[in-house]
Ligand binder design. Structure first.
Ligand code: PMT
Length: 400
């Protein structure tokens, strides 16, 4: 189950750092992609080369060396990590994380990453029992950091008591528990389209629409957080993609069509929030149209109707479309629902304030294939996304 999971492993200066070597080996064996980050104290116990050999990745060490530029890419990689594990975590590192210090790679990554964090403390018994350490651990727990261990037993100092790093096997179990898919969309593959398309007139001009992508991105984010594997096929937007999603960026309706069909086999749910251009210039000029030439006449042709195509190949998938209408909302949306063979149609009344294109909120009606209409009041697009997904989950349950 760790196959393809991206794990950031922070190693700090403890005698138990050798156990992180074993942990790295096991993670890689189980299919995880491991990126190790070490503190300066850690490299006194185990060499970076050991981790580099096992993880097949350069170890992140020093923010101020010449290699820093090339390591920026690794920082970006951390933004896509599934889990950040600090094992072993010394009292010093725990304090730095608890207080938000950012004076090395590891602490910077902790502050920058948005994935779950698992900390495995390792220190002397008296240190572990000190009120400050306990307060720091409590502070981390309050912020949602997961703590595994420490175990009780013989310590490097010769003392016996709590403070030992738990065995790699126990850390692995904690990792697997945290990465286990949970949520009502676990096991589903949700393909979401979002944003506008751009249909070129010439190399610098295009036909497009006002879609910001906010609605589709909210659905992608919610579906990921509810345990679904998300494939987000996005037209041009200024938004950051949800970290959980596999993102495919496209420009034209044709590219969106090709990307959707290429991914359709994998999808169990398809939600088409994109505002796909219905028409495109029949011929795009290969050079920039000049102002001093005669005003060009543009002949338009239809773009492929992606959703209709998906409707024809629907199989057991749950299919959700969107309709942005200015009049006869329900009548027009129902026609599209039937014509495109959908399970649900989300109808935006874009004549209403706070609804539709580029707003943070939306006002929609959810139509189903049985003739039902659910009216949702004005609310954040993220709440609309969750309600749509509630309806999808109901349909998935009924289908099984
Ligand atoms: O992106 P935002 O700024 O957050 O705005 C959200 C939104 C208003 C763009 C979105 O919620 C929305 O309503 N999207 C659909 C816009 C629309 O007008 O769709 P339509 O009525 O042209 O098409 C109906 C459905 O068919 C849509 O699901 C669309 O993705 C799909 N379609 C349309 C044309 C085409 N060639 N291929 C398609 O798949």
């Amino acid at each position: 189950m760790l196959n393809g999971k991206r794990i950031l492993l922070g190693v700090t200066g403890s005698i138990a750092a050798y156990k992180a070597v074993e942990l790295t080996r096991e993670l890689v064996k189980r299919g995880a992609e491991v990126q190790v980050v070490m503190t300066q104290a850690a490299i006194r116990f185990v060499t970076p080369l050991t981790f580099e050999t096992l993880s097949r990745q350069p170890v992140l060490l020093d923010m101020f060396t010449l290699a820093y530029g090339s390591q920026i890419g690794h920082i970006e990689a951390t933004a896509r990590a599934d889990l950040f594990v600090v094992a072993p975590a010394t009292a010093h590192t725990i304090a730095r994380l608890a207080h938000g210090l950012a004076d090395d790679f590891l602490s910077n990554i902790y502050l920058a990453s948005r994935c779950p964090v698992l900390v495995a403390p390792a220190m002397d018994s008296d240190m572990y029992q000190h009120a400050v350490v306990q307060e720091n651990l409590a502070r981390l727990r309050e912020r949602g950091v997961h703590i595994v261990g420490p175990a009780s037993g013989e310590l490097a100092s010769g003392l016996i008591g709590p403070g030992r790093l738990v065995e790699p096997e126990e850390i692995l179990e904690a990792i697997e528990r945290l990465l286990e898919p949970s949520g009502d969309l676990a096991g589903e593959v949700v393909l979401v389209t979002a944003g506008p398309t751009r249909e070129p007139l010439d190399p610098v001009r295009y036909l497009s629409n006002r879609s910001s992508g906010k609605m589709g991105y909210a659905i992608a984010e919610a579906a990921g957080q509810r345990g679904g594997r998300v494939i987000l096929i996005s037209g041009p937007t200024a938004l950051f993609a949800p970290r959980e999603a596999e993102v495919i960026r496209v420009e034209t309706a044709q590219e969106m069509h090709d990307a959707v069909l290429a991914k359709l086999d994998a999808a169990t749910v398809v939600i088409k929030a994109a505002a796909v251009a219905d028409y495109r210039p029949k011929r795009a000029a290969t050079r920039k149209l000049k102002k001093d030439e005669t005003v060009p006449e543009v002949t338009l042709e239809s773009t492929p109707d992606i959703l209709a195509e998906v409707g024809r190949r629907k199989g057991r998938r749950i299919l959700v479309g969107f309709a942005a209408e200015t009049e006869d909302l329900v009548v027009n949306a129902r026609k599209k629902l039937q014509r495109k063979n959908l399970d649900l149609m989300v109808a935006n009344d874009i004549s209403q304030p706070g609804a539709g294109f580029d707003a943070d909120t939306n006002v929609v009606k959810i139509l189903d294939a049985q003739g039902g209409v659910e009216e949702l009041p004005l609310q954040a697009k993220r709440s609309v996304a969750d309600r749509i997904l509630d309806r999808v989950v109901e349909l998935l349950k009924r289908r099984d």
